[in-house]
Design a protein around this ligand. Structure first.
Ligand SMILES: [Zn+2]
Length: 363
């Protein structure tokens, strides 16, 4: 800390959902469970402590028109940070946000590079828009540019058909996902409908975003293969509005979107019950505001996760899945302190008492 005081947190340190300690110290920017010998000047904060929250589907550097400037990207990252999100899996950005890695006051970002979409089959200015013959080469390039993830647009409206349709043939997906795995990267895909999922599964996909199209037949296969989902329910809440806007030109698509929306909680609940790993993602950036991680956790509780499970999907579990530490001895001191127990009521997440990033109180 800049004033030389050692930060000490007393209360309930939630090392895991059931694993609770009663205090934590910050020593040289890292978590310690023992009082440092040199702690003369101590600042003590009390409360419930969670590891820094994770938004596993967030876009820094995007707005509805495409890439934004650094100043806007910074504001987005600060909004996430001040609501306790200290680790972001960026699910695709057209902006180069690598500079954020040099900023001690901004959240850590795990990037998926830039979205890879089929030509004219995604939001304008977001993606590399390509054809299947080039997919493997683009996936390999984004795997090298990103931080261990690649993002595909797996389905989108096909305007000729007037409905959602899969974007890629199975053989192109198999080659592309193999290329990403060779590069040590995992692959995730934006999928609203069921249609795109079998080919992605066969090709070895690691995660599916939104996943509103999961069916009774597909759920056991996802579970068996450990394919995770990031439902982004705060985004799926916008489906009825999108459907209303597209109703006149694309009535079949609009009806499809409404059906997916209506069964969203059943879909996520069934996936979770079957053992599919479910993680919190808000889909901030584009049309969704930043800083909604608490809302998404509450949505997962509505879908049937217990409060502890929904918290884990934004903290302990999500960090393990992304290969980042939580609250353990020597881990970077990234954590959030709350005035009440978030396990009793996840709405507590909306009002952090203190956010600590790299050992420093921020916000
Ligand atoms: Zn997204």
């Amino acid at each position: 800390m800049s004033d030389g005081a050692v930060l000490h947190v007393r209360g309930r340190v939630l090392v895991g959902p059931q694993d609770v300690r009663d205090e934590l110290w910050v020593v040289d920017g890292r978590v310690s469970f023992s009082r440092p010998l040199t702690a003369a000047d101590v600042r003590t904060v009390t409360g419930w402590v969670l590891p820094g929250l994770v938004d596993a589907h967030c876009h820094v550097g995007l707005d509805t028109h495409g890439a934004v400037d650094a100043e806007t990207s910074e504001k987005q990252a600060l909004t996430d940070r001040d609501t306790g999100t200290l680790l972001i899996r960026d699910a695709g950005s057209a902006a180069d946000t690598r500079w954020i890695d040099d900023r001690e006051d901004l959240p850590r970002i795990i990037r998926a590079g830039r979205h890879i979409a089929r030509t004219r089959r995604y939001i304008r200015n977001y993606a590399h828009e390509i054809e299947p013959g080039d997919l493997a080469a683009y996936v390999r390039a984004e795997a090298r540019r990103g931080d261990g993830w690649v993002k595909l647009v797996g389905d989108w409206i096909d305007r000729e058909r007037g409905d959602l349709a899969a974007c890629w043939p199975g053989d192109a997906l198999a080659e592309a996902i193999a290329a990403a795995h060779e590069e040590g990267a995992r692959v995730t895909a934006h999928c609203f409908s069921a249609e795109s999922l079998p080919d992605l599964l066969a090709a070895g996909i690691d995660c599916v975003e939104h996943a509103t199209g999961l069916t009774e037949e597909l759920i056991p296969v996802f579970a068996e293969r450990g394919v995770a989902i990031v439902p982004t329910l705060v985004n799926i809440a916008t489906f009825p509005g999108l459907a209303a806007g597209g109703e006149a030109r694309f009535p079949a698509w609009a009806a499809h979107m409404r059906r997916l929306h209506e069964r969203r909680y059943d879909t996520v609940g069934a996936a979770h019950d079957a053992g599919i790993p479910v993680f919190v993602g808000t889909d901030a950036g584009g049309s969704i505001a930043h800083g909604l991680v608490a809302d998404e956790v509450a949505e997962l509780v509505k879908a049937g996760l217990s409060p502890a499970e929904a918290l884990s999907a934004a903290s302990w579990g999500a960090r393990e899945w992304l290969g980042r530490p939580a609250l353990e001895e020597g881990a970077p001191a990234d954590f959030v302190v709350y005035g009440e127990d978030p396990r009793a009521d996840v709405r507590v997440l909306a009002d952090p008492r203190l956010v600590v990033l790299r050992g420093r109180p921020v916000g």
